[in-house]
Write a protein that binds this ligand. Sequence first.
Ligand code: DC
Length: 241
Amino acid sequence: MIIAIDGPSGAGKSTVARSVAQELGFACLDTGAMYRAIAWQARENGVALDDGEALGEIARTFPIEFRHFEGDPHPRQVLIGGTDVTDAIRTFEIDKAVSPVSAEPLVREALVEQQRRIGRAGNYVVEGRDIGTVVFPDAEVKVFLTASDEVRAERRVRQNAERGVGSTDYDEVLADLRRRDDYDSSRAASPLRPAEDAVMLDSTELSREEVIAEICALAREKGASATDGGASGEAASQQKA
Ligand code: DC
């Protein structure tokens, strides 16, 4: 079973996706981290962010892996070409660079193929922007998670402060969220938009627990049970593109 969670930056997709995965025993895939890893590698290789061919080449040749930090049930560690970029992909520079990188069709083509391969290997909660529309249009559960711009910016500031990476300036973070929303929604390749059959959840109005309970209920209606996914960690730690 695939549970697709799409929505704009800062809507709380990652936290919700991890909790749902844990509750149902599913593995979890953060597709935004994959686009971020390609943006990081492009900068590392000195590739111009408007050089679509070179960006596509990076996406096709540098393997992205997710691993578990010891004692963590979620595969939060991100590697590209064997380099740990877990923190490096959360900086403000990457927040900026990732928009043009993710708008490049050759990059999307390469990553979507990897995402499908990973997701088909088991029961997955997959979060991103185009999961319900493009990557898994047949996903059993599709959720589009939103929240007001202000609430999303506040959450992102708190998250950055906790992680010790990224900006903690509210105005700067709010402006960047809006810029990325515009960019993600207006790009030609797989723009951010809800699938026609997605359930819309607004986390401005709902608590995180309510959102998680709602998604788990939707999944159970489709037959998911806590025993479905088995070792979510096991599946996810094998992720290798
Ligand atoms: O979810 P995030 O903020 O980590 O995503 C980083 C960027 O990647 C974001 O600007 C949109 C893009 N993205 C995308 O285009 N498609 C996805 N499936 C996931 C993320």
